[in-house]
Design a protein around this ligand. Structure first.
Ligand code: COI
Length: 402
């Protein structure tokens, strides 16, 4: 016989006993048709078999999951149901669900950090919620009230606090995922959906740790195109990257450099936004990243780096189109100083080599410290971001889970 589970409802952010029966189906939140998500109605069912914590040195990105998950169901007639925190486990979905057939799915990635006082912190979670809604809009999946979802996520973090590892470079990765649960095969808007959030303790994204990576500039495959969905965080953007990624690896490179057009305009690198530090054609020191023209993912780390670097006011900071041809020319002329990728999962990932049109372009990283794995600006950005994320530098970007 299963051990007794405890049930709580989140009410005004205080945990109270709820009258819900174990295993009770999610009921629509009060509010009638098109009800919104209401964190105050959150119900928690705790696991009766907590898992052992994996020592942080043994964590491999995305392999370990905490004890609980958040799930909120939606129907076209009833709106959002009651948020549920429940034991982590498989979803039961009809095989006809359109998520399986037509990629009706979008997701987010954010992290919870443990600060020096042991408090948990989120980094700009409002940005993730805004982006989730932007992704959902293209799929015609329902919108969420970001502030309410963040409150539910905070409660999930309180419940699974022991899963947030200590120490800079370690965190609990959160994966909000919105899927269609419509179980019909016609290609049409979803009449039912589910938002769920799973969490995974992690260290560095790449198995190599905080080390510079090599890129293979793919001249055949394109990640995104004007009018497409490159600026939305859809699962459908990621699966088609795996073939090109495997090809890059088979040639001895770690990540794909995505470009577009005859001049090979830079887009992204692997699953990250891309930054280049160089002396531009005018001889000016410039940090440049491709503009948000609809083909580029609007990364939260990308936005934060731009804001930080602009605040420093030490070099030009631009969002503009740059081609791989220009980067290759700058490298030949000794003007290419640093290249790095940026994203939630990998934070800042320096690049030490780019393969383009049959040639390797080596990037000096830090000439003063040849053993260094990052150029001085990438290293400074990394440290500055971490100090904010772990609460060492006070910032409005860091949201405490109290
Ligand atoms: C993130 O940085 O959060 C990402 O989405 C990358 C991921 C696909 C692992």
């Amino acid at each position: 016989m299963p051990a007794m589970r405890r049930h709580y409802a989140l009410n005004g952010l205080r945990l109270l006993h709820s009258t819900a029966r174990p295993g009770a189906a999610a009921k629509p939140a009060p509010g009638g048709e098109h009800a919104g998500i209401r964190a105050a109605t959150l119900q928690t069912t705790l696991t009766d078999s907590p898992k052992p914590i994996v020592p942080k040195e043994k964590l491999v990105f995305g392999h370990t999951f905490s004890d609980h998950m958040l799930a909120i169901e939606w129907t076209a007639g009833g709106g959002w149901g009651r948020p549920q925190i429940k034991p982590y486990g498989p979803l039961q979905l009809d095989p006809s669900c359109s998520v399986f057939h037509y990629a009706f799915e979008c997701f987010e990635g954010l992290k919870a950090y443990r600060d020096a006082q042991g408090k948990l912190r989120l980094f700009r979670p409002d940005r993730n919620m805004a982006r989730l809604n932007n992704s959902a809009a293209r799929l015609h999946l329902p919108q969420v009230d970001g502030a309410e979802v963040i409150e539910c996520i905070k409660e999930l973090l309180r419940v699974d606090k022991r899963w947030v590892p200590e120490g800079q470079g370690y965190s609990l990765y959160l994966r909000p995922t919105l899927i269609s649960t419509e179980n019909t095969l016609g290609v049409h808007r979803a009449n039912s959906a589910m938002l769920y959030v799973i969490t995974s303790p992690c260290g560095p994204y790449f198995p190599t740790g905080f080390k510079a990576v090599s890129l293979y500039c793919d001249e055949t495959n394109v990640r995104a195109w004007p009018g497409g969905v490159g600026n939305r965080k859809l699962g459908a953007n990621y699966a088609p990257s795996i073939g090109p990624q495997a090809e890059a690896e088979s040639k001895g490179y770690q990540q794909v450099l995505w470009t577009i057009g005859e001049d090979h305009e830079l887009m992204e690198v692997g699953t990250m936004n891309l930054f280049v530090l160089w002396r531009n054609d005018a001889g000016e020191l410039e940090l440049v990243t491709p503009p948000l023209d609809g083909t580029i993912l609007p990364g939260v780390t990308r936005e934060s780096i731009l804001e930080l670097a602009r605040g420093w006011g030490e070099f030009a900071v631009s969002e503009r189109k740059v081609s791989m041809k220009q980067v290759a020319k700058a490298s030949n002329e000794g003007r290419l100083l640093e290249v790095f990728g940026a994203g939630t999962a990998c934070v800042v990932t320096p690049v030490h080599r780019i393969h383009f049109q049959g040639r390797d372009y080596d990037i000096p990283l830090d000439p003063a410290h040849p053993e260094s794995q990052a150029g001085p600006i990438a290293a400074r950005i990394y440290k500055t971001l971490l100090a904010i994320q772990y609460g060492d530098t006070p910032s409005k970007w860091s949201v405490v889970v109290d």
